[in-house]
Write a protein that binds this ligand. Structure first.
Ligand SMILES: CC(C)(COP(=O)(O)OP(=O)(O)OC[C@H]1O[C@@H](n2cnc3c(N)ncnc32)[C@H](O)[C@@H]1OP(=O)(O)O)[C@@H](O)C(=O)NCCC(=O)NCCS
Length: 418
């Protein structure tokens, strides 16, 4: 058995931070265009781990300080979570358990040291993370809107859009606080929103000319109404010509809003830039921009997983999440990596508030903790997971009862990847 050790690095230890960066660059076949000093600053040193195997550097992982909006009375509520990132294992040491060791330590640390009930990630490959208790919590349509797309919205939305002003500016770290405040406000109603820290927004909004190719710098399109921010799109354009005709591409990195009128005003601006024939803007399958098309047919180019969620502390997560219906069921939970979640629980919710207690008797239903990650933000339903065989029902009606409690009025929104 190889000797695998996982150590959290000291953020002030420059050598360790540099080792994390070197491993990341090797694993991801980095083209090294980002200047080293900038790359070092972007390394998630707040929480980063180095794994060794028989004394050699073998793998890295990091964690961003994030908030995730979960279902709650009145819409959504922001909860602290950990965003797993920078996962990589040296090509010489793959398939020997290094990732497993890093995952276990991240989950333990999130629960015990950070006291957070949820972890989240974006996956490079779909087949890796289910075994560690993560489920696909939200999905995105890989949408391209043709320039000049018509959005047909009801009159009430049109009125709000007409009262909205949009202004374009070049992105930069000076916008971090304003964006942070807006994303937090949006996350109070839109389940699935991921909020980064002000420092993280400042870093990612900073232009790196070397990595741009022929794209313009990042731009921000701010939407305001009555002197308040109501939306923002973060994007860039790449000019292109095809047989003498403009064929440019506008790519939306992320867009947030606090109401339908703001989103409509922003979408109309994004799809009406001169010279831009295509607008790549990935949105949730039930996003308003899709509903204003009537169907996904003209814009959808397939679907992909967005946020993966992992319930790390089950009783705390249940207490932090709203319930849409009263419920009283007993649930046997399997959790191979965090044994404190495993076992049989009585799950009771009254007036939107849920509570979990240990239960000695039989279970009404049985599932792996990854199933809860999949349904936590309302992106999938327990009923559908049960129909596919992932949830076992021992008492008829138990799945439907818990399903009803975990339902959300709308699916989780698409969010900025990390
Ligand atoms: C993906 C990666 C981190 C896996 O690391 P690793 O140390 O080889 O993984 P482990 O040996 O700890 O494997 C743990 C389990 O995951 C499985 N697994 C690992 N990589 C996998 C992959 N790419 N696809 C499917 N399963 C995978 C292993 O088979 C093993 O399964 P088991 O527990 O059922 O036996 C590594 O291959 C890598 O760095 N890839 C490139 C970067 C990347 O994709 N990072 C993920 C970022 S989201």
């Amino acid at each position: 058995m190889p000797d695998i050790q996982v150590t959290r690095i000291d953020p002030d230890d420059e050598e360790a931070v540099a080792a994390v960066l070197a491993m990341d660059r090797l694993v991801w076949a980095d083209d090294l265009r980002t200047p080293r000093e900038r790359a070092l600053r972007d390394t998630p040193s707040r929480a980063a781990w180095l794994a060794t195997i028989d004394g050699e550097h073998a793998g890295v992982a990091g964690s961003w300080d994030i908030e995730v909006s979960v279902p709650a009375k009145g819409g959504a509520a922001l909860r602290p979570a950990e965003g797993l990132t920078w996962v990589g294992v040296h090509p010489d040491h793959r398939r020997r358990g290094v990732l497993r060791a890093l995952m276990l330590e991240h989950l333990r640390w999130t629960r015990e040291d950070q006291g957070r009930a949820l972890a989240a990630l974006n996956a490079s490959e779909a087949s890796i993370y289910g075994r560690f208790g993560y489920g696909v919590a939200s999905t995105e349509l890989m949408t391209t809107f043709p320039g000049g797309t018509t959005f047909t919205a009801p009159e009430s939305v049109e009125e709000l859009a007409a009262a909205t002003t949009t202004r374009m500016t070049t992105a930069g770290p000076e916008h971090a606080e304003r964006l942070h405040a807006l994303v937090r406000e949006s996350g109070r109603t839109a389940v699935g929103t991921v909020v980064r820290t002000v420092e993280d927004y400042a870093r990612v909004l900073t232009d790196i000319p070397e990595t741009r190719g022929n794209r313009e710098p990042f731009r921000l399109l701010w939407a305001t109404r009555d002197g308040r921010d109501v939306g923002c799109a973060w994007f860039h354009r790449t000019p292109k010509w095809k047989r003498g005709a403009a064929d440019g591409r506008l790519e939306v990195i992320t867009a947030v809003d606090t109401d339908a009128g703001a989103q409509l005003a922003i979408a109309r601006r994004l799809t009406s830039f001169d010279l831009m024939a295509h607008v790549d803007h990935w949105v949730a399958p039930d996003d308003r921009l899709v509903l204003w098309q009537g169907t996904q047919r003209p814009i959808g180019k397939g679907i992909t997983d967005d946020l993966w969620a992992r319930v790390v502390d089950l009783p705390q997560a249940v207490a932090e999440r709203g319930h849409a219906a009263d419920v009283d069921v007993t649930v046997r939970v399997h959790d191979e990596t965090l044994s404190a979640n495993a076992g049989t629980w009585r799950w009771v919710a009254r007036d939107g508030v849920g509570e979990l207690d240990r239960h000695d008797g039989e279970a009404d239903l049985e599932l792996d903790v990854a199933e809860l990650g999949a349904v936590w933000l309302g992106g999938q339903t327990l009923g559908a997971r049960a129909r596919a065989g992932f949830v076992t029902e021992h008492r008829p009606g138990a799945v439907a009862a818990l399903d009803a409690a975990l339902r959300t009025p709308a699916g989780p929104v698409a969010t900025l990847g990390f």
